[in-house]
Design a protein around this ligand. Structure first.
Ligand code: MG
Length: 257
């Protein structure tokens, strides 16, 4: 075989290997960096800087209808615990993240995200007390994404069955994944979802779900995979995405395969 042909084949094979390799999603952004914090705008920028496939973020609706970024259902302000969905934005905006940033609105977060060149934004809709509030949050956020022309750069995830269905209805072209681990790939496929995004223990218990999902044309994401042992287990299971607090460790492990 000619040297040139051999080289071409090697390049093609490397390309194929790359396609099948796992993509990395930075859980709450890439926050284990100097000057960063979970779900901060800085963590989003850091995820973009390392060219992660995605940067995940958690969102809620304030009591007066402003979509805000936060993981927990509660926040602490001046020693008082406040429930995010029961608190007006006027109060929530006083909260500082560990890196000094103010608790961001989704609007501000999307404006920052619009400047990212590499990473996608994986938006997790938190479940709320009322279906109406979940629907309001989904509608407002999808409108914000559309207004900025970011449709192709954003994907959605949720533990809430109502939320994934609402998002699918409002943004039929969007990638939407279900997080709660209790629905089979067959049913997710019938619901028209993009795939499953399950805790790694669910996939270790039901490894056949990965192949079943793939056979149905679904994608498989898993969270939150941080230890070298589990990173390897998820690579061996051939999941499509790994959501992690350790994006560089996951990348290094994938590259060693
Ligand atoms: Mg999350």
């Amino acid at each position: 075989m000619e040297k040139k042909t051999l080289l071409l084949i090697l390049v093609l094979l490397a390309g194929l290997a790359n396609i099948s390799a796992q993509q990395i999603i930075a859980h709450r952004g890439y926050w284990k960096t100097e000057g960063s914090a979970q779900n901060s705008i800085e963590a989003l920028m850091q995820a973009d800087a390392i060219k992660a496939y995605g940067s995940e973020v958690d969102i809620w609706l304030s009591s007066d209808g402003i979509p805000v970024v936060n993981h927990d259902a509660e926040v602490t302000l001046n020693g008082n615990k406040l429930i995010v969905q029961d608190t007006p934005f006027e109060t929530l905006k006083q909260i500082k993240l560990a890196n000094g940033e103010s608790l961001p609105t989704v609007e501000k977060y999307l404006d920052a995200f619009a400047k990212c060149n590499h990473t996608k934004l994986i938006i997790e809709f938190k479940t709320h007390n009322l279906k109406e509030r979940e629907d309001e949050l989904a509608r407002k956020v999808i409108d914000m994404v559309n207004e900025r022309g970011l449709q192709k750069k954003v994907e959605y995830i949720s533990f809430g069955i109502n939320l994934v269905q609402q998002v699918k209805k409002l943004a039929p072209q969007a990638s939407v994944y279900y997080l709660n681990g209790d629905i089979t790939p067959q049913i997710l496929s019938k619901m028209g979802l993009t795939g499953l995004d399950y805790h790694y223990n669910v996939l270790l218990k039901r490894p056949e779900w990965v192949k079943e999902a793939h056979d149905l044309g679904l994608k498989v994401n898993t969270w939150t995979v941080n230890s070298p042992e589990v990173i390897q287990q998820m690579i061996d299971l051939k999941v499509d995405f790994i959501t992690t607090d350790e994006p560089l460790l996951v990348r290094e492990t994938i590259q060693k395969q």
